[in-house]
Design a protein around this ligand. Sequence first.
Ligand code: SF4
Length: 560
Amino acid sequence: MSWALIDKARKTVAQEDGAIIKSWGGKITVAIAYPNVYYVGMSNLGFHTIYCRLNSFPEVLCERVFLPDKDEYQEYTNTKTALFTLESQKRLYEFDIIAFSISFENDYINILRMLDLAKIPLERGKRDDDHPLVIAGGVASTLNPEPISNFIDLFVIGEGEEILPEFIESYKNDVEEGHGKDEILERMASISGIYVPRCYGVSYNSDGTIKDFTPRGRFSRKVKRRWVKCIDKIETHSVVLTPNTEFGDMFLMEMTRGCKWACRFCTISFTYRPYRRRGIESLSNTANNGLNKSGRIGLIGADVSDHPGLSELCDLIVTNNGKVSVASLRADSLSDRVVKYLKGSGHKTITLAPEVGSERLRRVIDKRITERDILNAVDTVIGNDILNLKLYFMVGLPTETLEDVEAIVHITKTIKHHVLKVSKGNRRLGRITLSVNCFVPKPATPFQWHPLADIKILGDRLKIIRKALKREGNVNVTTDVPKWAYIQALLSRGDRRVGRIILSAHRFGGDWKRAFREVDVNTDFYVYRQRGADEIFPWDFIDHGIEKERLLAGYKKALA
Ligand code: SF4
């Protein structure tokens, strides 16, 4: 083993506040793995929550592992060191279970990198009873686990906090009774919210679409997405504070889960249904605990600005000498009082998400805010002397025309001129930063039938925006890379056959183009094809909690 890597892991833990160190021996050992580097993984609240939840079982020991950064990766391979966890520096193959927490499809390849570094066979069929059980959960695999189903023994579908007690109980009993991995998996497959790929088979039509997805045996045809009914009973906040993340040592706490607005492109409202918000009493308790650990509290949730207790909570934090932060606010519910708290907390930028430039396209995606709402929000922000704005937009949405793309340029100029007017020529005028992303159709949303726009068209449209705003003072434009949108579209809506491409891309050191050439799977079939209304999707066996007919009605309404 590399002493340099061990030393680095020890130093990383020494800089942390809150790492959970348990003694080995007589426990179910779980390595919770984030398929990206420490800096990214430790910014993920879901990862913190599952780490804490697993360790809350006295019979479980859970330690963290991340994708090594470039230098560490080199050191691992040069010294032939097997990937190990941060807390005890035990190698992953010494654990009973490796649990991947997956938020983004583009991290799928990193799962294979980590298994390879851990010296564990990548394909589940090549692992035996001596290898750890490899499980996965998180939003990406809840939407559609199929592209990685050849590498993962078992998926947790939905909110892990809800399923873990049954999972641990079942695992413990089976091990005590001396069952092997096959039996453990078969028994687990009967637990609601658990998907074991080997217990299901897929058949295909001659045109490549799915003919049937059938359980092999007595298992249910549908796997139910589980969700936490009483969210106040389970705290979700930072567990380990470290300066080495995107948010520094800010204490993050979940305020809302899901979103009540259900914009047609957005996975948040469809994956985390129903919209839930925490009560002010439990939020106050969590904030008070957070203030004992950090002076900065980050409020997390897609729909934080609609929470009726937001002002009260901000007030509590600021009155107790803390600083408050939120990621993004809805333009139509941004209150002067909340913006004042943010200003007082040192916020220099407010993020808004108009998504598109034209009112027409905003109706297509069902984003129920207007240009007037956006300008009113700008008034509130500038009126409170916050001079920088970050605006999120997308290109490539269904029915989008060049006029819609030009409307992004137009609304940006309108916002800028509005800012100038409101700030009355304030010399300290800040920047407007546009983040323009490519729309990628996602499973379990009304746009799941829609193809990705051609990446050449996406590139041209991004170029139009960059060019038109190039000479616009105080405006910065950052844009997506369309080729990554293509890969994300492939991984989001792929089936089991896409796993071969991921494996190949890994073997070619992340060279996706070469993988596309070498594997006889037509990637355009998954990315550019308009799906038929009756088509069976790879993720249809998951009961996401919303009927397909309702999603289809939303899609038809959008196109109309
Ligand atoms: S308001 Fe934002 S988070 Fe909510 S559904 Fe729309 S895009 Fe998603």
